[in-house]
Design a protein around this ligand. Structure first.
Ligand code: UD1
Ligand code: CA
Length: 435
C-alpha cells in the first residue's frame, strides 16, 4: 500500500506562559530548538508528508525546512482550529494523520510507532499518560473501559479531575474521523476550538477509539512555561549522559556534565566533573576533558587533552595530540598536531601549525576595534610567555618569540624575535635606618 501517512505538528500557539520574546518552540533543549526534536521524530516515521502549523513569528522555519509544508494560523483559535486549517488545505480522504505538538519534544519514537500501528485498526488513537500531578492536562474519560471523551482540565468536574489518565496531546486519526474536525465548536472555558473534542464526536459516530499509554510518563511532558522547560532539560540531560556512558564515555560525576543532542564521541573519552559541551561538538578517541571546561562548535580529534578551566569556542579544531591547558580560550582557530597551549592564553582567528609551543599568557590580538585579522604560527615555533601577537601577523618555521614581546611584524623562519626593552641595572644607595 502506498504511504498515506501525514504528520501535522502544531506550533502556532502564542506560548504566553513562557513569558519570553522567543517563540515557545524555538526554546532549546539539549542545545536544539524544541521544534527540531519533534520534526526529527516525525521524520523517523517516514511519513508521506510533514506539515507544521506556524504563526508569523515562526516564518523563519520555512527557510530551514523547505521540504515541509508550512501553514499559517492567524489568529490562533485553538488546536481544533489549527487542524481545521490543515484539513481545508489538504482535504485528506484516504490518508491517516498523526498530530504532534511542538511543545511536546520528549515524546518517545517507539510510542509513536505503536500509535501508527494502532491507527491501521482504529479511527482515533490517543496517547495517554499518567503524570504524578495533573498540572493542567486534558483528562481522558473512560466509560465501561472505553474512551468517551477528553475533558480539558479547566472544564473538568471535581470527579473528573481525580482521573489519572491524561492526554499527552499526541493523537492520530483515520480520514473518516478527521472529517469531524469541521464540527468542533468553541463552547468551553477558554472559548477555543479544542482538537480533543473530536473524541466525543467520534464516539457519537461509533468510530473505533483506542487509548494507548506512553511507556514512560516523563516523555509525554508538555512544555508551557520555563519551569517545565527546566524539568524537560533535566530529563534530556539524563538521557544524553546515559547514552554517552553506554557508548563508553567515562564520567566521574555525570550529573555535573551537560551535553548537547548533537555531541558525538569516539572511543576512550573521559570527562571530569563540571563540563559543558554545547552544540556542534565532535570528539574523537582518547580525549580527556578536565573540570570546568566549556566547549562549543569545535572539532576535537584524537589524543587531545583539554582544561581544566578551558573555553573552546566555535570554529576551533584541535588536531591529534594537541593540548589545551588551564585558562585557555580558543576561537576560530586550528591547533595542529603535537602543539600545546598550556596556560592562560587567548588564541583567536589563528592557525597554529604542528609542534608549536605557546607560552603562558600569549594573546593573539585579532581585533583592532574595527576588523578581525589572522595569525599564523608555523611549524616548530616557540612563543615565549606573555607575548602579544598583533594580527595580521605570521611567525615563521622554527622561530622563537622572546617572552614579553609585542610582535607587530612578520617573523621569518629560524629567527629569534624580541621586542623587550633592555634590562637596566641601577645600583641602589639605600642606607639602613637604625632604630
Ligand atoms: C493541550 C491539550 C491537552 C493536553 C496537552 C498536552 C487541547 C485542547 N488540549 O493543552 O488536552 O493534555 O496539550 O500537553 O488540545 N497550538 C496551535 N494553534 C492554536 C493553539 C495551540 O498550533 O491555536 C499549538 C501550540 O503551539 C502547542 C500545541 O498546539 O504546540 C498545544 O497547545 P497548548 O495551548 O499548549 O495546549 P495545552 O493547553 O497544553
Ligand atoms: Ca501545551
Amino acid at each position: 500500500m502506498a504511504n498515506n501517512l501525514h504528520i501535522l505538528i502544531l506550533a502556532a500557539g502564542k506560548g504566553t506562559r513562557m513569558k519570553s520574546e522567543t517563540p515557545k518552540v524555538m526554546h532549546t533543549l539539549g542545545g536544539e530548538p524544541m521544534i527540531d526534536h519533534v520534526i526529527k521524530k516525525a521524520k523517523m516515521l517516514k511519513p508521506f508528508k510533514i506539515s507544521i502549523m506556524i504563526n508569523k513569528s515562526l516564518s523563519g522555519l520555512k527557510k530551514i525546512y523547505p521540504d515541509l509544508q508550512m501553514l499559517l494560523q492567524e489568529p490562533q483559535l485553538g488546536t481544533g482550529h489549527a487542524v481545521q486549517i490543515f484539513q481545508k488545505k489538504n482535504k485528506l480522504k484516504n490518508s491517516k494523520l498523526i498530530v504532534l505538538y511542538g511543545d511536546n519534544p520528549l515524546i518517545d519514537f517507539y510510542d509513536l510507532k505503536n500509535m501508527n500501528e494502532q491507527l491501521a485498526k482504529n479511527d482515533v488513537v490517543i496517547m495517554g499518560f499518567k503524570p504524578k500531578i495533573n498540572t493542567g492536562y486534558g483528562i481522558v474519560v473512560e466509560k465501561k473501559g472505553k474512551v468517551s471523551e477528553i475533558v480539558e482540565f479547566k472544564d473538568a468536574s471535581a470527579i473528573q479531575k481525580k482521573i489519572k489518565t491524561c492526554n499527552s496531546g499526541i493523537m492520530a486519526f483515520s480520514s473518516k474521523a478527521l472529517q469531524l474536525v469541521t464540527q468542533i465548536k468553541n463552547n468551553n472555558a477558554k472559548k477555543e476550538f479544542y482538537l480533543t473534542d473530536i473524541v466525543k464526536l467520534s464516539k457519537k459516530y461509533n468510530h473505533k477509539i483506542k487509548l494507548i499509554n506512553a511507556k514512560d510518563a516523563k516523555t509525554a511532558l508538555g512544555i508551557n512555561d520555563m519551569n517545565e522547560l527546566g524539568i524537560a532539560e533535566t530529563i534530556m540531560q539524563n538521557q544524553l549522559r546515559k547514552k554517552a556512558m553506554k557508548d563508553g564515555v567515562q564520567m566521574i560525576a555525570p550529573e555535573t556534565v551537560f551535553l548537547s543532542k548533537d555531541t558525538t564521541f569516539g572511543k576512550n573519552v573521559k570527562i571530569e566533573p563540571y563540563v559543558v559541551i554545547a552544540s556542534k561538538v565532535k570528539i574523537g578517541n582518547d580525549v580527556v576533558i578536565r573540570s570546568f571546561s566549556h566547549i562549543e562548535g569545535a572539532v576535537i580529534k584524537n589524543k587531545v587533552s583539554i582544561g581544566p578551566y578551558a573555553r573552546i569556542r566555535p570554529g576551533t579544531v584541535l588536531e591529534n595530540n594537541s593540548k589545551i591547558g588551564n585558562f585557555v580560550e580558543t576561537k576560530n582557530s586550528t591547533i595542529n598536531k603535537n602543539s600545546k597551549i598550556n596556560h592562560l592564553s587567548y588564541v583567536g582567528d589563528a592557525t597554529i601549525e604542528e609542534d608549536v609551543n605557546i607560552g603562558a599568557g600569549t594573546i593573539t590580538c585579532n581585533y583592532d576595534g574595527v576588523k578581525k585579522s589572522k595569525t599564523l604560527i608555523k611549524k616548530g615555533s616557540f612563543v615565549g610567555s606573555n607575548s602579544s601577537l598583533v594580527a595580521p601577523v605570521t611567525v615563521g618555521k622554527n622561530s622563537i618569540i622572546g617572552a614579553g614581546s609585542v610582535i607587530t611584524k612578520d617573523v621569518p623562519d629560524n629567527t629569534l624575535a624580541l621586542t623587550r626593552a633592555k634590562q637596566k641595572k641601577v645600583k641602589l644607595n639605600k642606607k639602613k635606618k637604625k632604630k
